[in-house]
Design a protein around this ligand. Sequence first.
Ligand code: SF4
Length: 311
Amino acid sequence: MSFLFGPVNSRRLGRSLGVDLIPHKTCTFDCLYCEVGATTHLTTERRAYQVEDIIRELTESLPVLEGALDAVTLAGSGEPTLNLGMGEIIAAVKTLTSVPVAVLTNGSLLYQPEVRRGLQRADLVLPSLDTVKEDTFRRLNRPHPNLTLEGHLFGLFALRREFLGQFWLEIMVLKGHNDSEAELALLKEVIARLAPDRVQLNTAVRPVAEKSAQPLSPEELEAVAVFLGGRVEVIASFDRPAQPGVGLGDQEFLAILARRPMTVRHLAQALGLPPQQVEVRLGRLRDRGLIVGDRYQNEVFYRCHPSASGQ
Ligand code: SF4
């Protein structure tokens, strides 16, 4: 199995090579808005998931890809900090390349000092915080019973104090869940104390785990950004022009679609390929039963067929 996906043109990180540290949908949360689907293994137990295999694949691939990358991003289809080998993997990447290392995390395990220590050599950490109300936290993020909002906030503040790299906070805003003025006013107060380098707003622009997770319109999301003030930006759509793609085979396409559903437009932008070329490729994969397409918000999103992704 490949642990690497891309490189893709990421909205935030430029041309990014994704590294999936965790088995499919092994997570501490089961968010309503998860693009990867429902969490099948809800856990807080950290384990060493295939650390040597991941490092071996990075060692083989990074020297070839280095010139084409803006970032190496630890992320994927679950919570990367659940991998006990995360710090070792970050250290290995740092010996292989000077490309910055970013970690996308839901932030739930940052209350543990060893998790924060493991992140120290990363260049950029992008944790999430969708609400500062316990009931909304339980409803929206559906965390493992071991987790509390208090612990989540503690971990974010501790990492902010200790971590020397960039700290970008991501907030997913959903209609009717965490978009009320009362919710946002509480969040604003916590953000002011946390003082992240950036705050990035997202909404459910792709197919999500639960139908109740509905997106805000672009205007509504902009209004939330204005309300929160400061260094807040909307990241809910691609904002980078396509760049020339590197040659990706069917397996690389499938590796991307196994991690998140994407439209022809998204794939064309992410891979820097003409939409017609992407359509031909998707048609071939669909005919072979390797991907499926579902309509969401008036667009067709393609995802890996469960039997092809080993889910
Ligand atoms: S959105 Fe992230 S944190 Fe939430 S369930 Fe999905 S993988 Fe886990």
